[in-house]
Design a protein around this ligand. Structure first.
Ligand code: HEM
Length: 150
């Protein structure tokens, strides 16, 4: 039971850290961003990457070993809706992360404000908003999935 409790704990810690990191990105990503704010956004995106990977790994462990048995989840429509929402969040996070890694890192290492083209700004800011909205639906699916086998 200890393993199950520890894995569940890291599942929740991961989702709290990833949601928190998204909130930081949402608050600090803006048109007239400073070097300091841009670095905070970059670090938050790194934390997001590690945290969401922790959520995925602990989620798989719970499906296979520390939950109600893989059968329960694999035959549960709410589980698959949860996974679909998780994939949407992952896809929405791609463009911001690629932009931060490919373009921002170079500028930030020279302590320069990263250049953000207007269309890039809109795509990234709507991606972050979309991630937050879709992410906030996942715990609802999780709570239903844990109690109702559809
Ligand atoms: C951002 C993504 C995720 C969030 C926010 C999330 C959230 C949650 C929450 C809140 C619970 C507790 C449900 C309850 O007992 O009421 C839970 C349980 C669980 N989650 Fe996740 N989860 C996420 C991703 C995943 C993924 C990717 C998987 C599988 C690959 C997964 C598998 C599970 C399993 C198996 C449980 C245990 C359910 C039970 O007690 O029967 N989760 N999750």
């Amino acid at each position: 039971m200890w393993n199950s409790a520890i894995v569940a704990y890291f599942h929740y810690l991961g989702l709290m850290l990833s949601f928190g990191a998204l909130i930081v990105e949402f608050l600090y990503f803006k048109k007239d961003i400073t070097v300091k704010e841009a670095k905070i956004v970059g670090i938050a995106d790194g934390v997001y990457g590690i945290a969401i990977t922790t959520v995925l790994i602990t989620g798989i462990l719970r499906v296979m070993y520390f939950g109600k048995g893989a059968e329960y989840y694999l035959n549960n429509n709410f589980f698959w809706i949860k996974i679909a929402l998780f994939i949407v969040v992952g896809l929405l996070s791609l463009y911001p992360t690629i932009t931060f890694i490919l373009w921002w890192v170079k500028d930030l290492f020279k302590d320069q404000v990263p250049t953000i083209k207007p269309n890039q700004f809109n795509i990234i800011s709507w991606s972050i908003k979309g991630e937050l909205i879709v992410f906030s639906l996942i715990p609802l699916m999780a709570a239903i999935m844990a109690r109702i086998s559809s």
